[in-house]
Ligand binder design. Structure first.
Ligand SMILES: *[C@@H]1O[C@H](CO)[C@@H](O)[C@H](O)[C@H]1NC(C)=O
Ligand SMILES: *[C@@H]1O[C@H](CO)[C@@H](O)[C@H](O)[C@H]1NC(C)=O
Ligand SMILES: *[C@@H]1O[C@H](CO)[C@@H](O)[C@H](O)[C@H]1NC(C)=O
Ligand SMILES: *[C@@H]1O[C@H](CO)[C@@H](O)[C@H](O)[C@H]1NC(C)=O
Ligand SMILES: *[C@@H]1O[C@H](CO)[C@@H](O)[C@H](O)[C@H]1NC(C)=O
Ligand SMILES: *[C@@H]1O[C@H](CO)[C@@H](O)[C@H](O)[C@H]1NC(C)=O
Length: 586
């Protein structure tokens, strides 16, 4: 889980802002601090309030109100998808964390249930934090999660469904033997011991889980073993550890078959040729290593070890954290969920009454090169598409802006293929850019003319372009191959003050001879802009709060600002319907 122990969070929480059932803000005495900034521009009729419902996403996962963070225990069981999440039932800042619970048959429309795990026992009274679900033999689900106990130590607890025949698994019971795992043993720190993974069975038939921890001051995914999933013993070595980083939150461990987008169940027999992935959350982003699970030593062995963690691959190069994957046995795929926070101020969040969304669930698999994970929005999201516009055979010369009209520019799904006419003007790639890609995206922005690129998409733009968010590529030549830069530049995304507006970016290798076109897919959902470059090689999730969005008339364009002409053999865009995300029933 993301601990969020920031001084402001406590200060603002002390302001005792509460919300009544209608979701409207009500305040108690002495709350000047929180109420003063409900309207950012009280004097200006033109610039509307952050509390406008127009910033609320229409098809991303979120509860009707309040704070959410990490996705927890996602699973598919008896025809139903379950999504749990770190939830503050009392307000829109972090605190009082329990497990919110929602169910779905399509991963898009969700029914909200009562919280599944609440702070009721000595081993979780100070917080029911992140954990994972495992389907045990016979199909019985179990959830192991981190509790903050009476002394605020981090311990691992278990819950089981009260009635496995209840299709929604509404109630979960805590056996008396919690906590199952105490933060004891050599090198452990009881403040840095959390977020157990889904369990898997080793060749000896015993269950295993990994837990994120600080071990003698370095980061580790600690390994535990059990015969019955209840009585756990720490293995004398971690699954994997590193002293190149700080504590790992939310480790995720799974198997993948290179080049196959079908998923694998970690507890089933793992086929020959499979690789393993260890994902960890640190430095405000989710990083991963590809390697093998060595059964003899019972450890994860990465294919490549990079001492400088700035170079570690990322699940997403934008605003995306604490992700968790699960095997979807209904469709034989692996799906990953991640959390995306607000990037306005915490007082804005108090005023809005809500904070945090989950990114669209993504199918995740390994490229045939065995190096790179690929991700793509689950196909169910396409059921929300309505009006379609389609263009073929466009040509974008330097300085061209092509307006995409005829769809809802606030809720859209856009797919563009870019084809290069020449790579002669591609600039050489400089590996030092990899150490700070955001800096390179700032220096090589959409208005800085280049050789091949920048070209891409501009979304949520005001008529005069004073506000706009661009998602674009640049192509660089690197010995035998090409390196593609993808940026999602938020620096002009809003005229509002106090927003976090970086220029996110990442690089991916590309075989232009073989693939010819570079694809971009962007899901626009009001304050969320979620992009997938190069067929899912690089993902960037972003949050934006343009003033134009409130006043109406946001525009969308394809553009090219490189000297080399770029063709667009295909551009398709759809308006997206609102999904039924946790709206109250009846
Ligand atoms: C909500 O806040 C009140 C007042 O601080 C507290 O008594 C209550 O336990 C909280 N509820 C939850 C579910 O955390
Ligand atoms: C368990 O759930 C099933 C299906 O909803 C229901 O028929 C049954 O009565 C429940 N059992 C108990 C003990 O509540
Ligand atoms: C728990 O497992 C350990 C190791 O297998 C064993 O020594 C111990 O007796 C077990 N404890 C219980 C209560 O079953
Ligand atoms: C880092 O960890 C490795 C083992 O994982 C160890 O051999 C090495 O000495 C450590 N380096 C430092 C600087 O602690
Ligand atoms: C959330 O948003 C803030 C910007 O306010 C950012 O600095 C922070 O790192 C984000 N991510 C997480 C995981 O908290
Ligand atoms: C393209 O470059 C021009 C001149 O630098 C700039 O004014 C324009 O905003 C750029 N286009 C985009 C989409 O950023």
């Amino acid at each position: 889980m993301a601990l969020m122990l920031r001084p402001w969070a406590f200060l603002l929480f002390l302001a005792l802002v509460s919300y009544d059932e209608s979701g409207l803000q009500s305040t108690r005495n002495g709350v000047a601090q929180a109420t003063q900034r409900v309207f950012l521009y009280p004097q200006s009729p033109k610039v509307s309030s952050i509390v406008s419902t127009k910033y609320r996403t229409a098809y991303h996962f979120q509860p009707p109100k309040n704070w959410i963070n990490d996705p927890n225990g996602p699973m598919y069981h008896n025809g139903i998808y379950h999504q749990f999440y770190q939830y503050n039932p009392n307000g829109s800042l972090w605190g009082n964390i329990v497990w919110g619970h929602s169910v779905s048959t399509d991963l898009i429309n969700w029914i909200r249930l009562e919280p599944a795990i609440e702070r009721t026992t000595p081993s979780d009274i100070n917080g029911c934090w992140t954990g994972s679900a495992t389907i045990l033999k016979g199909g019985r689900p179990a959830i192991i999660y981190t509790g903050a106990d009476t002394e605020k130590r981090q311990v691992q607890n278990i819950v089981f469904p009260k009635n496995v025949s209840d299709p929604y698994l509404r109630e979960w019971i805590k056996p008396d033997n919690n906590p199952l795992i105490q933060p004891v043993g050599q090198g452990l720190n009881s403040d840095q011991f959390r977020d157990p993974t889904t369990g898997w069975i080793g060749p000896d038939g015993l269950w295993r889980i990994a837990v994120g921890a600080d071990l003698n001051g370095y980061s580790a995914a600690l390994l535990y073993k059990s015969e019955d999933f209840v009585n756990w013993t720490r293995v004398d070595h971690p699954l994997y550890s590193s002293n190149a980083s700080t504590m790992w939150e939310c480790p995720d461990f799974f198997a993948v078959l290179p080049g196959k987008n079908s998923g694998l169940d970690l507890s089933a027999a793992i086929p020959n040729g499979a690789k393993h992935v260890l994902k960890m959350s640190l430095d405000n982003c989710d990083k991963y290593m590809v390697g093998v699970y060595d059964l003899k030593s019972d450890t994860f062995v990465p294919d490549t070890v990079l001492d400088d963690r700035r170079l570690w691959s990322r699940i997403d190069y934008g605003n995306y954290y604490a992700s968790k994957s699960f095997f979807d046995s209904k469709r034989g795929r692996r799906i990953i969920w991640g959390w995306t926070n607000e990037t306005d101020s915490s007082s804005d969040d108090v005023a809005k009454g809500w904070a945090g969304i989950h990114a669209i669930p993504r199918t995740i698999w390994l490229d045939s090169n065995s190096k790179q994970l690929l991700q793509w929005p689950v196909e169910e999201i396409e059921s929300l598409r309505r009006e379609e516009v389609s263009h073929q055979g466009l040509e974008l010369n330097q300085g061209d802006l092509f307006e995409i009209k005829g769809i809802d520019t606030l809720q859209a799904d856009v797919e563009i293929n870019f084809e290069l006419t020449s790579t002669d003007s591609a600039v050489p790639f400089d590996p030092s850019w990899l150490l700070d890609i955001e800096k390179h995206c700032r220096e090589a922005g959409a208005s800085v003319h280049g050789g091949v690129g920048p070209f891409g998409l501009v979304v949520l733009a005001s008529e005069n372009m004073e506000e706009h968010t661009s998602v674009h590529f640049r192509v660089y030549k690197s010995q035998e191959k090409y390196m593609i830069l993808m940026c999602s530049d938020l620096r002009k995304s809003s005229l509002r003050p106090e927003l976090y507006t970086p220029a996110y970016g990442g690089f991916f290798e590309f075989d232009l001879e073989k693939e010819k076109t570079i694809s971009l897919r962007t899901l626009i959902d009001r304050s969320a802009v979620e992009s997938f470059g190069g067929g899912g090689r690089l993902c960037i999730m972003a949050r934006v709060y343009p003033v134009t969005l409130i006043n109406g008339g946001t525009r969308m364009y394809a553009f090219n600002n490189g000297t080399s002409t770029v063709k667009v053999p295909q551009l398709k865009a759809w308006s997206m319907r609102r999904a039924q995300v946790n709206v109250r029933m009846g």
